[in-house]
Design a protein around this ligand. Structure first.
Ligand code: PSU
Ligand code: MN
Length: 298
């Protein structure tokens, strides 16, 4: 049922390092044309480190491992692409639709074809006011059951980060700081909460991953903070998130639309600085995921 494009099939047969990239951040996380630039640059960053990039989405009903450049462009342009989390995959396939996949859906598909690494911006998590809305990203549950390493800049600042970390602990997902003791907050460098462990080199990260998997561990989250030159101040982000949340709740925005809505409004509230940060951190994460994938290979 899964379409693996030739260069990736080849790499998988050769056991070469492959890094999966998710597509929701292209279709729903960033505006045109920053989204297409970021998608292309993330692939280039993976290649530059000597690994093979595989952007994953459901293309006209086919889960596809490794979109080509024309497909990337259509995904970035098309406002009508749906957002598919794990539960939405069957519907997208049965209806032959084109859907961008979230971290949850992407790691599920990546794992099916034995890709063990994924780079993204920030994973989904426990939303603020989750006690009222019950909104907890499926990314967390999927990490708990999928043997894959996800490299991110923490979880998105729009979330309740302390509760997200608590749930990751409950689910047995290590949160590994790459050269940091603090769990990063996506647009800003620290959430003020600690990671569960820290590594300072790529080979240390690789050793930790193999040990986790030898212990029958499943998902593992490797986090690194956004580069200082584009990072936003945490209090500024918090104020902007509070404002964006107010607008979302006034307009009754809920469920899968909430994350894209908040990201859009944060971009407006910060005159586009969140977009610059988002782009930079996605590239840095793609690079790090590729480096770790190559180190595991050796
Ligand atoms: N990282 C980004 N931008 C994004 C996302 C992650 O830099 O748009 C997406 C991911 O695909 C993640 C999803 O899985 O947001 C979480 O959505 P939700 O909260 O609805 O589960
Ligand atoms: Mn949700």
């Amino acid at each position: 049922m899964i379409d693996i494009r030739p260069d990736i099939a080849r790499a998988l047969i050769d056991r070469a390092p492959v890094v999966a990239l998710e597509s929701t951040l292209i279709a729903h996380g960033l505006p045109w044309p920053a989204n297409l630039e970021t998608a292309r640059a993330a692939e280039a960053a993976v290649r530059a480190e000597g690994a093979v990039p595989a952007t994953i989405a459901v293309w006209e009903g086919r889960p596809t491992i490794g979109l080509n450049d024309a497909e990337l462009e259509r995904l970035a342009q098309n406002q009508k692409v749906t957002k598919a989390s794990r539960r939405d995959l069957a519907a997208a396939i049965a209806r032959r639709s084109t859907a961008a996949t979230t971290v949850a859906a992407t790691i599920f598909l990546a794992h099916r074809v034995q890709i063990r690494f994924l780079a993204t911006g920030g994973i989904g998590g426990v939303h603020r006011r989750a006690e009222e809305t019950g909104d907890v990203s499926a990314d967390l549950m999927q990490l708990a059951s999928t043997r894959v390493a996800v490299v991110s800049a923490g979880a998105k600042s729009i979330l309740d980060l302390p509760r997200t970390l608590e749930l990751l602990e409950t689910l047995g997902v290590p949160v590994v700081g790459y050269r940091t003791d603090d769990f990063p907050a996506f647009y800003s460098r620290s959430s003020g909460r600690p990671v569960s462990t820290r590594v300072d080199t790529v080979s240390e990260a690789a050793a930790l991953l193999s040990t986790h998997w030898r212990l029958d561990g499943t998902g593992i989250l490797i986090v690194q903070p956004v580069d200082e030159s584009v990072a936003l101040d945490r209090t500024e982000v918090d104020a902007a998130v509070a404002e964006a949340e107010r607008q979302a709740s006034a307009h009754g925005v809920r469920g899968p639309e909430l994350t894209p809505y908040l990201l859009r409004h944060l971009a407006e509230l910060t005159s586009g600085r969140t977009i610059k940060a988002n782009q930079a951190l996605v590239l840095a994460n793609a690079r790090l995921a590729a480096q770790i994938a190559c180190a595991m290979d050796r």
